[in-house]
Design a protein around this ligand. Structure first.
Ligand code: ZN
Ligand code: ZN
Length: 200
């Protein structure tokens, strides 16, 4: 039986219908706030919870939909719904509200916190190269709170021992590792780890 859309008057013989309405006038709509708050560190610019602002907006889309994408430069959210065999596309302008905060890494770095020391020792030309490579990796995986240049080489003070071990392995260096008790906090023993990278 032919149906006529009560909103625009289009016949069901010309277009798909979602219940009483044509697909264009279907009451289906995007369930997402007009403005999505996303926290970003004002020092290192990392987002607190998401890899990208797009991921942050998509996490705020609720309800039953088939797929969604967010066009960051134009702030347009597109959501595809599948209902009763028809595909309905809806678009909405969604703004991002950046909330400035300081992430825990930057907080710790500012306070001079460190869990590990990377001691780089050996021939001068090889050390310069190793410091460059390791600094880049350590800054990406954790942070460096202090660099101490010594007669025998350089010490890099880093924020996370596990990430420090990973950075050294990724760079292809071998290190001898030692643990040292550094005190106690909240009844827990605190250890500092030294990684000695020898380049002879
Ligand atoms: Zn209609
Ligand atoms: Zn940060």
């Amino acid at each position: 039986m032919e149906r006529v859309c009560p909103t625009c008057g289009t016949s069901s013989e010309k277009t798909h219908f979602d219940g009483d309405f044509c697909e264009k006038c279907s009451r289906i709509s995007i369930n997402c706030p007009d403005k999505v708050p996303i926290s970003q560190c004002s020092v290192c610019k990392k987002l607190a919870k998401y890899k990208s602002t797009e991921e942050g907006v998509l996490a705020a889309v609720k309800g039953d939909y088939a797929s969604a994408k967010y066009d960051v430069p134009n702030a347009i959210l597109t959501v595809i719904f599948k209902k009763g065999g028809i595909i309905i596309e809806r678009k909405k302008i969604v703004e991002i509200g950046i909330r400035k905060e300081i992430c825990s890494d930057c907080n710790k770095r500012a306070g001079g916190y460190y869990e590990a020391i990377v001691q780089i020792r050996g021939k001068e030309e090889r050390m310069a190269r190793a410091i460059k490579i390791l600094t880049e990796k350590l800054e990406r995986l954790t942070f460096i709170s202090k660099v101490v240049d010594r007669k025998e080489g350089s010490d890099l003070y880093t924020g996370d021992r596990k990430m420090t071990a990973q950075a050294i392995a990724e760079a292809g260096y071998k290190a001898s590792r030692s643990e040292k008790l550094a005190g106690e906090r909240d009844g827990k023993r605190l250890y500092r780890t030294s990684f000695c990278v020898r380049l002879d």
